[in-house]
Write a protein that binds this ligand. Structure first.
Ligand SMILES: C[S@@+](CC[C@H](N)C(=O)[O-])C[C@H]1O[C@@H](n2cnc3c(N)ncnc32)[C@H](O)[C@@H]1O
Length: 201
């Protein structure tokens, strides 16, 4: 919690502009944006609270959108230079680079980490935080996503997945990885919780 001073709250105007941009992107690409509003501050904080504090490794974020989870990660104390964040949407990337200087935003595909993270070959991350709307994708694509993501983490490190459904987007694979839920955040729109995957073998 000591690597970074907390970011100041955004102004009301900045929030309205970024929420409007999010809604516009959802209208254009409902499947990949997945929600009409960004994740709430309370939910994003809960997600970031699962980042291990006993590691110097960087943090990996997938699907930052307009950045509520990015902000929570930085507020949790992660230095911007220790955060790599992958977003598919060009407009979101432009906004994110302006709003969170020092964070390494990569415009690319989170389903193809080998290509998108080519410059980080052999790097491990202390945690992966994913905001992708996984339930909008076929089951096989989802489980490949979890398997590929876990390869970038040391054994036991958390892969934290945002989810709006009552069941995990990918079931545990006994002997390979486990999954456990956090509590629900009912004030989020829609209500959300997180599923935490950990490599066990
Ligand atoms: C449900 S929104 C979550 C945004 C933000 N993390 C939040 O919590 O408000 C999903 C985000 O994932 C991004 N996304 C969807 N598919 C992606 C992909 N294949 N690679 C990278 N980002 C992707 C979308 O552009 C969108 O910004």
């Amino acid at each position: 919690m000591t690597e970074n001073t907390p970011q100041k709250d955004r102004t009301f105007r900045e929030r309205v502009v970024s929420d409007f941009r999010f809604l516009k992107s959802w209208a254009k690409q409902p499947k990949s944006v997945g929600s009409i509003t960004p994740t709430s501050k309370i939910a994003a904080r809960l997600m970031a609270s699962h980042i291990p504090t006993d590691s110097d490794l960087p943090v990996l974020e997938l699907g930052p959108g307009t950045g509520p989870i990015t902000r929570a990660i930085l507020d949790f104390g992660i230095n911007p230079s220790k955060l790599v964040s992958i977003e598919y949407n060009h407009d979101f990337c432009t906004l994110l680079r302006k709003s969170y200087p020092g964070v390494n935003f990569i415009e690319g595909d989170a389903f193809d980490l080998e290509t998108t993270l080519a410059e980080f070959k052999d790097q491990k991350f202390r945690a992966l935080l994913s905001g992708l709307p996984l339930l909008n994708f076929p089951t096989e694509k989802r489980s490949d996503y979890v398997t590929e993501g876990l390869k970038w983490l040391p054994k036991g490190a958390p892969f934290i997945q945002l989810c709006y459904g009552p069941k995990p987007p990918v079931k545990a694979l006994p002997g390979v990885y486990s999954v456990e839920p956090t509590k629900w955040v009912l004030s989020n729109v829609p209500p959300a919780r997180f599923w935490i995957y950990r490599q066990t073998a």
